[in-house]
Write a protein that binds this ligand. Structure first.
Ligand SMILES: CC(C)(COP(=O)(O)OP(=O)(O)OC[C@H]1O[C@@H](n2cnc3c(N)ncnc32)[C@H](O)[C@@H]1OP(=O)(O)O)[C@@H](O)C(=O)NCCC(=O)NCCS
Length: 244
């Protein structure tokens, strides 16, 4: 299901059952779920096994994948990757750092969000665009859940660069009925390299067999000088006396 969403250079593996869930993990991973519930251990194990399968497909060593402080997978040097799991699905994507700038993946059930969630994760402009999608493509996808998933994928893509939690209202997701989406940052983004700063992310989505999947594989960037000038302008205006 995931292959159709990926550009060249990104390798994926996925499973729709838990046959990998009892695999013995390397110690560096086993310790991460030593005190977890059996359900969590199973999803973590299946996720790590799937991720290693993706590494092998990419021709990369199938090394252990420890985790960082906020739960992010710590990929081998020179590798980008992302893992997701939901009921009936475990998926992982990996790439060499030179081949794509960012990677994020999220799977969800193809169902509307529980009541109250949408209001907590959206900006007014996003709600207006979701209403427009409901009118132009009713029933094509649970648009609110898709927006949620796009933002989770964007967060996973952001994290290796931004290194902090990103709130849902710090980004604005625009879902296309054509299977594309864009998530633009409302906060100053991290540097992608010495010349470019990240201002957002783009990706693709699909639904199949009761599942919904989003993948972020590209960053929207602005030249560092443009961005610096913009922020200095904002700061100047904030310091200037306010006339009424
Ligand atoms: C971390 C988070 C995105 C995980 O999403 P989820 O739908 O709950 O669960 P998924 O199964 O899709 O993903 C879980 C996997 O994400 C990965 N992950 C966790 N934290 C991560 C981080 N900070 N950065 C990148 N990947 C991370 C892990 O691989 C994890 O699986 P594992 O613990 O078995 O290794 C979510 O719990 C969260 O904290 N969201 C709030 C932040 C956010 O999304 N903001 C939106 C800003 S626009």
């Amino acid at each position: 299901m995931i292959e159709d969403l990926l550009p060249p250079g990104v390798y994926a593996a996925e499973t729709f059952d838990d046959r990998d869930a009892e695999t013995q993990l390397p110690l560096a991973e086993r310790v991460l779920v030593a005190h977890a519930t059996p359900g969590r251990r199973r999803e973590f194990t299946a996720g790590r096994v799937t991720a290693r399968r993706a590494l092998v497909r990419a021709g990369l060593p199938a090394d252990p994948i420890p985790a960082g402080e906020l739960g992010e997978p710590r990929w081998p040097t020179g590798v980008l990757g992302s893992i997701t799991h939901c009921t009936g699905y475990r998926g992982a994507v990996v790439a060499r750092t030179g081949d794509v700038p960012v990677l994020g993946i999220d799977a969800e059930p193809d169902l509307p969000l529980p009541p109250g969630v949408l209001e907590a994760i959206t900006l007014p402009a996003e709600l207006a665009r979701l209403r427009a999608l409901d009118r132009s493509a009713p029933g094509r996808a649970p648009w609110g859940r898709l927006l949620f998933s796009a933002k989770e994928s964007a967060y996973k893509a952001w994290f290796p660069l931004g290194r902090r939690r990103l709130d849902f209202i710090e980004a604005d997701a625009d879902i296309g009925a054509d299977g594309s989406f864009r998530v633009m940052l409302h906060v100053r983004g991290p540097l992608l390299n010495e010349r470019e700063r990240v201002t957002g992310f783009t990706g693709r989505w699909t639904t199949r067999g009761g599942l919904l999947l989003t993948v972020v594989t590209a960053a929207v960037t602005a030249p560092v000088e443009t961005d610096e000038a913009l922020f200095q302008d904002h700061r100047r205006r904030r310091r200037a006396p306010q006339h009424t």
